[in-house]
Design a protein around this ligand. Structure first.
Ligand SMILES: CCCCC/C=C\C/C=C\C/C=C\CC/C=C/C(=O)SCCNC(=O)CCNC(=O)[C@H](O)C(C)(C)COP(=O)(O)OP(=O)(O)OC[C@H]1O[C@@H](n2cnc3c(N)ncnc32)[C@H](O)[C@@H]1OP(=O)(O)O
Ligand SMILES: Cc1cc2nc3c(=O)[nH]c(=O)nc-3n(C[C@H](O)[C@H](O)[C@H](O)COP(=O)(O)OP(=O)(O)OC[C@H]3O[C@@H](n4cnc5c(N)ncnc54)[C@H](O)[C@@H]3O)c2cc1C
Length: 572
């Protein structure tokens, strides 16, 4: 049903109904409100959008301009778009599909603003789908990709909704206009934390799709001569092709396992929060923000590497890779722009570092920050040992977090305000946060391959993949590891040669490793990645279906080319 709606007419999309609107009801509505809206949403008796971002604000949620002003005389909220920049802009499905939206608006009651809160607003008639009175709707126009989804705009002209339409699980407004504080003002943001967590799996699946396409195609495509006179080899025999694709394949597995951890963490921490224990919220926010930022950025870059590794056919929509890239690029901006999200993780790390300096024992994903010794113990390390590789990544991250935090402290000691010191160290902070997330992904990958219940022969392959992922990270960021002498030049050389060995070791299992993602051709939508490998016949069939081939001589010849040619020939 959802898939059909998604493609119906190519102009509507209910993705956000499932991944944002419905979860917002689940997470932010009271039991009473769930009785009213949740089943309607789950049965698609209503279709919703998650309307938070505005033309003028996306990142800075506290700067949103849409207002929800409580009128105690009628016990209603008045939803209003006071400026052009307050126009809701980007929400998926808002343009033409949704008839309801959860609208994030600044809550005003008794003349005071209590910040952004979520409100349920019906935006279209359930009878004829016309916009409701006071509501102006439309599509924001073509985008880089995902044009099957009507990302839209909405304006509200003093639209009245019942008090009960404020999602009141955490904060409330009583009938007389009294505002009741939530346990944490950030609980209004809880669905963003949830959605960021799901992006980690979206990234893993996207990278899995791209590597499936590129690895399979690299076994079909034969090109050039490796040795004079020999038959053209599969392009996957070239070490450079392996160096392009296998780190992406390893990252897909790494992110898949990271998403398992994210899902488990989200479940257990939100479970505790249901019982009133908010202690895990900060770590959950930092982890989801950092993982979302890191995995989507690596995935978008990795998909483009896969696209380039497929040569010209990779650039064709027949490959499915341009669409994958466009989708993954969106994940880098949506649900919290990547830079801003990584800065949120950095903010948490600086806080934890200060606590560790004050003698507090750190736990969870930051525990290593207090365990890692500042002075490196150089020496010939066994660069094929997973424990050694994990320790190297944790040392790198701890060193970079310490360096950024101390740099910031130094700026403040010179008299800079905290905010100015933060801004002038934010590049260092971003790099430190990226190193932290990278070390988490490596550690989690290593722990998963060592504990997951699989046949020992499968564990051996996954261990090689984890070594490959880690060694690739060390060689790609060698400077970070060499800086304080924790790793030596000899270690880096050893890492490079082990990496080459891992490329050769993974090669025989490469196709099995992508087949293991079990992505049906209908999901891959790629002529190059077809399970049956019959690329060329289907590439020709695909091309013949191009709209330009409907006529032998295209109408543009008669309209433009023919007169142009004629006039040029007349001048000869
Ligand atoms: C092939 C690819 C796969 C498929 C893809 C296919 C197609 C692609 C198409 C579309 C993609 C799919 C779906 C798209 C769905 C997208 C939906 C959206 O985009 S919804 C809108 C999302 N918007 C955001 O995420 C906004 C980001 N901004 C924020 O979250 C906040 O403004 C920000 C940046 C966190 C700042 O908030 P602020 O209140 O100013 O906080 P401070 O930075 O001052 O920090 C104050 C303290 O609050 C803590 N904090 C902040 N946020 C949270 C939170 N969410 N939870 C818990 N705590 C939080 C923060 O840590 C501070 O704490 P301390 O004071 O340090 O203790
Ligand atoms: C495909 C897609 C689908 C979307 N779907 C939805 C949806 O369903 N619902 C919804 O509400 N929204 C949706 N969005 C909007 C999305 O959430 C916002 O685009 C995103 O939050 C970024 O905000 P912005 O666009 O205002 O960019 P800005 O915040 O203006 O960012 C622009 C630049 O400024 C930088 N910047 C901003 N703040 C800081 C800072 N504090 N420190 C350093 N640099 C900073 C950013 O890093 C970035 O480089 C969608 C967006 C896309 C692309």
């Amino acid at each position: 049903m959802a898939a059909a709606l998604q493609t119906l007419g190519g102009g509507i999309g209910i993705t956000l109904h499932w991944i944002a609107f419905t979860p917002t009801i689940e997470q932010q509505a009271t039991e009473e409100q769930k009785k009213k809206w949740l089943k309607l949403a789950q049965d698609v008796a209503i279709v919703g959008a998650y309307a938070q971002t505005e033309m003028g604000h996306g990142t800075f949620v506290r700067g949103l301009e849409t207002t929800a002003t409580y009128d105690p005389s009628t016990q209603e909220f008045v939803i209003n778009s006071p400026t052009l920049t307050s126009t809701k802009w980007w929400p998926g499905g808002l343009g033409k599909t949704a008839n309801h939206a959860t609208v994030m608006a600044q809550l005003y009651t008794r003349g005071k603003c209590y910040g952004p809160h979520n409100f349920m607003v019906q935006i279209r008639s359930l009878e004829n789908h016309q916009p409701c009175p006071g509501v102006t709707l439309g599509d924001i126009g073509p985008k880089m990709e995902s044009n099957g989804n009507d990302n839209g705009f909405a304006r509200f002209d003093h639209v009245r909704i019942p008090r009960e339409n404020m999602l009141m699980k955490f904060a409330r407004v009583e009938a007389d206009g009294t505002y009741v504080q939530p346990p944490s003002s950030k609980l209004a943001y809880s669905n963003m934390v949830y959605l960021r967590g799901t992006f980690v799996m979206s990234a893993a699946q996207a990278l899995a799709s791209a590597t499936t396409i590129a690895v399979r195609y690299s076994c079909v495509r034969r090109q050039s001569e490796m040795k004079p006179g020999e038959p053209e080899p599969q392009i996957l025999e070239y070490q450079t092709q392996q160096y392009k694709l296998f780190p992406q394949l390893a990252a897909a597995y790494a992110f898949w396992f990271a998403s398992w951890f994210m899902t488990q963490q989200h479940g257990s921490i939100t479970g505790s929060m249901e019982k009133g224990d908010m202690s895990g919220l900060a770590e959950l926010h930092a982890l989801s923000a950092g993982l979302k930022s890191y995995t989507t950025a690596v995935t978008a870059r990795g998909i483009d590497v896969c696209r380039m590794a497929c040569g010209g056919h990779g650039y064709s929509h027949a490959s499915g890779l341009p669409a994958l890239f466009g989708g993954a690029a969106a994940l880098c901006t949506a649900e919290g722009e990547n830079t801003v999200m990584m800065l949120q993780t950095a903010r948490y790390l600086v806080k934890c570092f200060a606590q560790s300096q004050a003698g507090k024992r750190l736990t969870g994903t930051v525990a290593y920050l207090s365990a890692v010794q500042p002075s490196p113990v150089a020496g010939n390390r066994n660069m094929s040992d997973l424990g050694t590789l994990v320790a190297a990544f944790q040392h790198r991250a701890a060193r970079m977090v310490r360096h950024a935090a101390m740099q910031m402290q130094g700026e403040m000691q010179k008299g800079k305000a905290r905010e100015d010191a933060w801004n002038s160290c934010s590049v260092l902070l971003i790099k430190a946060a990226e190193a932290h997330v990278h070390s988490f992904v490596v550690r989690n990958f290593a722990e998963t391959v060592q504990t997951v219940e699989v046949d020992e022969s499968v564990r051996a392959v996954l261990t090689s993949l984890c070594q490959l992922y880690s060694l690739y990270g060390i060689t790609e960021h060698a400077g970070d590891f060499l800086k304080d002498g924790y790793l030596t030049g000899r270690d880096i050389d050893a890492a490079s040669s082990h990496l080459s060995a891992m490329l050769a070791r993974v090669r025989p299992d490469a196709v099995a490793l992508v087949d293991a993602f079990d992505l049906h051709d209908k999901i891959l939508r790629s002529v190059l990645g077809r399970y049956d490998g019959r690329v060329y016949e289907h590439l020709y069939e695909w091309a013949k279906k191009s709209p330009l081939n409907k006529s032998e001589v295209h109408e543009s010849y008669y309209k433009y080319l023919q007169p142009f040619l004629k006039s040029n020939r007349a001048k000869l």
